[in-house]
Design a protein around this ligand. Structure first.
Ligand code: XMP
Length: 517
């Protein structure tokens, strides 16, 4: 996996992934300590292991007792670098180095409390009884050769141990999950105090180094970037703007499927930030491309193709452009290990921009490739970007087209934009916007009977959706206050012509998805 070399000036931590659902969390916790970390599949470790100051082994859904247990050769790492083995990692150390792992008799899931057997710098600042989070079905019956027990819990005797003569520590619990109350302290103890990793990877340092890196890489070249109005493309643009100024050419396409007034508002905001941005209103072209299409995937394709055509046309107007910049972030690039073995890409690819035709022959630059979403926001904040822009809810590339179920007309787009504006502005006014991860309205393909005054009506029904989530992969509906829902429903029906019924979506993902199409 190629990451920018901007992290070379900082100590780096290598996380070897054995397929745990929590591996990304380990990387995030480590980065919260201002330490740069990278995830690599255990069976595809980076070639330059020496560049890493410490190594963490992740958990896994696999059992070390299984015939096809993951059993990598760690001879280049073990005993040579500080190593922290978590859950499967700890069992791996025990099982393959003279200890014993067996199926557990008691359930070892959920909270447990630590009691210390041995004093060690590993537990500095952590009190007896500290809550940790267990999630395993095997248990370590006896420690590996030279293993020294450090801590136990009520049900798990070998909850933490180290290997004498090495800087190798192992823990059965998960310090990366929030339920392990002192997990961050423990990671800090290991990384900073024991492994001597320097915690100097801050958003400011990231900005400074990325700007220098981009300047060295791009020189006087021209770069084109498609702005979407979202956080990632905006922060990527700001970094590039800092690095190469007017040589960054931003294109913001109005596909006619954005939120009400979004195109003009956000375009003004971009200009206010000093960006060299061209707004291209291609609404009519997108509506034409969508005419008569009801199938969600066909709609997505039509929008994707229309975007490429418009973007390509605009990019060709910039003379001698060499690079295409994209707002790709770390979760788009991480490869994880699947439970059945073999690394597999678990996260869907970046779909807002991308898939540009080969003949454009542009080189790709992705300044956020190493960052998680919350880090992108922090980097944006450290560059003084507007809080509202950084806190914007995610919005799908195909926009309202996948929130209008069935075929799309200009009138349906107008109705949904109005409804969405009442809902989103209402969330802002009620101070709820930042408590929700993503929200929007959906125009349903049904009319229903209503009464307004003395008249019977037969008009559109809309659904409102508000979810909490961390990454969009799983989500739950938000318990919005009844009074808020009541007021929003009234406002929508009173203000938006053509709508006489409002419903609220109370489905979680899975089994539902966030979008309805
Ligand atoms: P789902 O509906 O899959 O959505 O639960 C998860 C997240 O992805 C967004 N989404 C899209 N984003 N193009 C995008 O750029 C798409 O086609 C697309 N479909 C879903 C969705 O808004 C949510 O944040």
């Amino acid at each position: 996996m190629q990451l920018l070399f901007l992290c070379m000036q900082h100590d780096k931590v290598l996380i070897l992934d054995f397929g745990s659902q929590y591996t990304q969390l380990i990387a995030r916790r480590v980065r919260e300590l201002n330490i740069y970390s990278e995830i690599h599949p255990f069976n595809k470790p980076p070639k330059n292991v020496d560049d890493y100051k410490a190594v963490i082994l992740s958990g896994s859904p696999m059992s070390v007792r299984s015939e096809d247990a993951f059993h990598p050769d760690l001879s280049e790492i073990r005993g040579k670098k500080p190593m922290l083995a978590v859950c499967y990692g700890a069992q791996y150390l025990a099982h393959f180095s003279g200890g014993e792992v067996a199926e557990s008799n008691t359930r070892e899931y959920g909270r447990a409390n630590l009691s210390f057997v041995e004093e060690d710098a590993f537990f500095n600042g952590i009190s007896i009884g500290s809550q940790v989070w267990m999630s395993h079905s095997d248990t370590i019956k006896s420690l590996p050769t030279n293993g020294k027990l450090l801590a136990s819990t009520h049900d798990v005797q070998n909850a933490a141990f180290k290997i004498e003569g090495e800087t190798t520590y192992a823990i059965q619990f998960h310090p990366e999950v929030y339920h392990s109350k002192d997990g961050k302290q423990l990671l800090e103890n290991f990384l900073v105090n024991i492994a001597n990793v320097n915690p100097d990877w801050t958003p400011n340092a990231f900005v400074q180094e990325t700007v220098e890196d981009l300047q060295a890489k791009l020189g006087e070249d021209k770069v084109v970037l498609g702005l979407s109005g979202g956080v990632d493309s905006s922060v990527a643009a700001m970094l590039l703007h800092k690095a190469i100024g007017k040589n960054l050419y931003c294109i913001f396409v109005n596909n006619g499927l954005l939120r009400k007034n979004e195109f003009s508002d956000v375009l003004e905001q971009y200009k206010g930030m000093g960006l060299n941005v061209k707004g291209v209103d291609a609404s009519a072209r997108f509506l034409d491309a969508l005419a008569g299409l009801s199938d969600p995937e066909k709609k997505r394709k039509a929008i994707g193709n229309a975007f490429i055509e418009v973007f390509d046309q605009e990019a060709h107007l910039i003379e001698d452009v060499k690079w295409l910049a994209q707002g790709t972030i770390y979760p788009d690039v991480i490869e994880s290990v699947s439970a059945t073995g073999g690394p597999s890409a678990t996260i869907k690819s970046h779909h807002n921009v991308g898939g540009l035709p080969d003949y454009m022959k542009l080189k790709i630059v992705e300044p956020l490739r190493a960052l998680f979403k919350d880090e992108v926001r922090r980097v944006g904040a450290s560059m003084g970007m507007d809080k509202d822009l950084l806190g914007r809810h995610p919005f799908p590339g195909p926009g309202l087209a996948i929130r209008i179920l069935g075929d799309i007309t200009a009138e349906k787009v107008r109705i949904l934009q109005e409804v969405d504006a009442v809902f989103i502005n209402g969330l802002r006014d009620a101070g709820l916007y930042d408590k929700v991860w993503q929200a929007g309205a959906i125009l349903l393909p049904v009319n229903s009977v209503g009464v307004m005054g003395d008249e019977r009506t037969y008009e559109k029904c809309v659904a409102l959706r508000a979810v909490e989530s961390t990454d969009g992969m799983t989500a739950d509906w938000v318990n919005l206050p009844y009074e808020f829902l009541q007021k929003t429903s009234n406002d929508i029906i009173n203000k938006v012509k053509g709508v006489n019924r409002v419903v609220y979506d109370i489905s979680s993902k899975p089994p539902a998805t966030i979008e309805w199409e």
